[in-house]
Design a protein around this ligand. Structure first.
Ligand code: KG4
Ligand code: ZN
Length: 342
């Protein structure tokens, strides 16, 4: 079965064609980050309009790259939520209409399920059951995954998501949006240990997170480091970025280790934009070694938003006989643990 996947939940237009027998046939992505960077964050209305401009050309590009015509598509998967309502509506209405026109089934996919299953697109994928750490701009969750749609929430952030914390800390340091990759890059030049940031909620049992306090800590540290002209010298900037990244990574690592111990599972999957973070991957590699477990993540470009993960997740559900009716499904809020199992 060949499934066209469409992702438009935030600021990336992603399209891909996945074949259940031959794997990923082609994919294409258009990122709006340059446009939003000017405003320091995603402007929802601009995002929707840009998805309208880019989606059809990307669908054509993906079909051309695969060397196939649209009638080779057996099903359409689109991100139905969670995300920005206007942005979601673009992908949902296009995907639903395209499926109707082609006479094939359509399925609305949960964005975080897409992220969670993205490592399945790699060689040596994880096998169910496993523990998943979902770390994106909007979510930080630890999930016990028994199978597709069988998600037990073990813990989550009570306030900011990990990616959001990266973006906000970056803003405080005067870096562009999205700040995650920029903090990570700057941190490489940092002197580890010059500053020590707290590891929130690690001193008590449980698997929940809280990252909003790190924001204040970053702001206070940055302000104390400013000279009379309000400038922070480059080395200090890097040292602060390094300490911030360390605090987030260490906090995530402590909770991941706890989740492995608590569940007794031996596989840890990390997914979502922050799973692209090199330091996080290295630190979790140490954790899984100690726990005699395995670590799984997607290639870099499939950690952040993309169409391939939606095509893959949608294909699994369509193969299981699930599909969405003619409703154009768009749910800004959609709890992961309410999905149907397949
Ligand atoms: O999954 P994603 O592309 O979009 C959402 O579903 O939210 O995640 C985007 C988030 C942003 O907050 C971005 O700053 C963060 O992922 N991110 C990173 C890195 N790459 C992306 N954070 C830390 N280190 C990175 N290398
Ligand atoms: Zn995402």
């Amino acid at each position: 079965m060949r499934v066209l996947g469409i992702e438009t939940s935030c600021d990336e237009t992603g399209v891909a064609l996945y074949d259940s027998e031959h794997g990923l046939l082609s994919d294409a992505l258009y990122s709006q980050v340059k446009m939003h960077a000017e405003y320091g964050g995603v402007v929802p209305e601009l995002a929707s309009r840009d998805h309208v401009r880019k989606l059809l050309p990307l669908i054509r590009e993906v079909m051309a790259k695969a060397g196939l015509a649209l009638d080779a598509v057996d099903g359409v998967a689109y991100t139905a939520g969670p995300g920005l309502i206007g942005a979601l509506m673009v992908g949902a209405s296009t995907g639903r209409a395209l499926a109707l026109g082609l006479g094939v089934p359509a399925i609305g996919v949960h964005h975080m399920e897409g992220h969670l299953l993205a490592p399945m697109l790699e060689n040596n994928p994880p096998a169910f059951p496993f523990v998943a750490l979902l770390v994106s701009g909007g979510h930080t969750q630890l999930v016990r995954v028994e199978g597709i749609g069988q998600y037990e929430l073990l813990g989550e952030s009570l306030d900011d998501a990990a990616g959001e914390a990266f973006d906000k800390a970056a803003k405080m340091l005067g870096l562009d949006y999205p700040g995650g990759p920029l903090i990570a890059k700057l941190a490489l030049q940092g002197e580890r240990g010059r500053y020590r940031f707290p590891r929130p909620m690690t001193d008590r049992p449980g698997l929940d997170f809280s990252f909003s306090g790190l924001k204040t800590f970053t702001l206070n540290t940055a302000n104390a480091a400013r000279d009379a002209d309000g400038v922070i010298d480059p080395q200090t900037m890097a040292d602060i970025a390094c300490a911030f990244e360390d605090a987030v990574v260490e906090t995530l690592a402590i909770k991941c280790r706890r989740a492995l111990q608590q569940t007794g599972l031996k596989q840890l999957v990390i997914a979502g934009g922050v799973s692209a973070n090199q330091r996080l991957r290295e630190r979790l590699d140490e954790v899984v070694k100690k726990e005699r477990a395995g670590l799984f993540y997607a290639r870099h470009e499939f950690c952040t938003d993309n169409g391939a993960m939606i095509a893959y997740a949608g294909c699994q559900r369509l193969l299981a006989g699930q599909n969405s009716d003619l409703t154009i499904l768009a749910r800004p809020r959609w709890p992961l643990d309410t999905l149907d199992a397949i």
